[in-house]
Design a protein around this ligand. Structure first.
Ligand SMILES: Nc1ncnc2c1ncn2[C@@H]1O[C@H](COP(=O)(O)OP(=O)(O)OP(=O)(O)O)[C@@H](O)[C@H]1O
Ligand SMILES: [Mg+2]
Length: 328
């Protein structure tokens, strides 16, 4: 096991099975995931719908219980942390989701909503709380006066800024962004991504950036982890994964991304990308029914081919394809 001392958050063998009812085996939404997030680093999690991205975020947040494996934060095993410890951990680990409107009470001013985490975690006088709220709003490009307005009077992009301000209030070390820009128009998406990037650098924040959109993940991430059917297919630096994908699944994910050139887009379409949904075998590589390179050996567990920064879980890519790689 390769636990680096400096990691802010690590998961080892993290597995989550959801019960499927009497007599049926659980649905393994996450299977044996090793993840490291360093202080101030942005790790992107990408994969199609149902690949286990949110389950990973929710397991780290303590919302779902792991079936196996462990999660450590700053070296402390928090896999089975009790309610009180979990509550304390919310100071350090925050989240921003796709739909901020759902979590903003329409009857309360933004100021009142943003005060809530401060009331729960810090003993501050009213004026100090107002100052902190004003500062957080300024940090995300809003004004201190916006604290007196109600959620309904803000645009979608502004509401996402408010959600980010709320996540920042307790000065967390890690923010889990689960499809945080997916519901926004492209131009607003870009603004929010730039905001997250600059906050991350300014505040030395670590981000776990979950998205089904490779272009979005690439824009903000230092490293990228590709999931399929709950398994880690490939991980590496953002440039390695996006410019030189080695796993056939990552290659397909990148090819499926729409491109601005209509001729290239049509050619891709004609070339026929295989259907995204297919039965997932429980043993071996889950991608093998759709994989153009699959052989009999893929029906057993895929290998882990690993260099310092890169992991490729695929038999088709032997160790020598990964610079400085070693095979396990
Ligand atoms: N609470 C739950 N109970 C049972 N099954 C669940 C639960 N949450 C998720 N699942 C299943 O687990 C698998 C992974 O779901 P998850 O939400 O983690 O995927 P995702 O990658 O976030 O997908 P999306 O891109 O659609 O958000 C899916 O098959 C999903 O149906
Ligand atoms: Mg999800």
């Amino acid at each position: 096991m390769n636990t680096r001392a400096a990691s802010l958050l690590t998961t080892r063998g993290l597995t989550v099975g959801y019960p499927r009812g009497r007599g049926k085996p659980p649905l393994f939404a996450l299977n044996d995931i090793d993840l490291d997030i360093e202080v101030g680093e942005t790790v992107g999690i990408v994969g199609e719908s149902g690949s286990g991205k949110s389950t990973l975020g929710n397991a780290i947040l303590g919302v779902v219980r792991p079936t196996a494996g462990r999660i450590a934060f700053e070296g402390e095993d928090i896999t089975h942390a009790g309610a009180a410890r979990r509550r304390a951990l919310t100071q350090h680990i925050q989240a921003v989701f796709q739909d901020p409107f759902g979590s903003l009470n329409p009857m309360r001013t933004i100021g009142k909503t943003l005060e809530e985490p401060l009331l729960a975690h810090r003993k501050l006088a009213r004026r100090e709380r107002a100052n902190e709220v004003g500062e957080a709003l300024l940090r995300v490009g809003l004004t201190a006066a916006d604290a007196d307005r109600y959620p309904g009077s803000f645009s979608g992009g502004q509401r996402q800024r408010i959600a980010i301000a709320r996540a920042l209030l307790l000065h967390p070390k890690l923010i889990i962004c689960d499809e945080a820009v997916s519901a926004l128009d492209l131009s607003v998406q870009a603004q929010i991504l730039n905001l997250l990037r600059s906050l991350q650098q300014e505040l030395k924040l670590a981000l776990l950036f979950i998205s089904h959109d490779m272009a979005v993940v690439r824009h903000v991430s230092d490293r990228v982890v590709v999931l399929y059917a709950g398994k880690l297919m490939e991980s590496g630096s953002s440039a390695e994964i996006c410019d030189d994908p080695q796993h056939p699944y990552t290659q397909r994910l990148l090819a499926a991304r729409p491109v601005p050139d209509p001729v290239e887009q049509r050619n891709r379409h004609l070339a026929g990308t295989p259907a995204v949904t297919a039965p997932v075998p429980e043993v071996g590589c889950p991608f093998r029914p759709q994989c153009p390179l699959a052989t009999d050996v893929c029906a057993v567990e895929p290998p882990v081919i690993r260099s310092d920064s890169r992991t490729v879980n695929c038999h088709a890519f032997p160790a020598h394809r990964v610079s400085g790689g070693e095979s396990e």
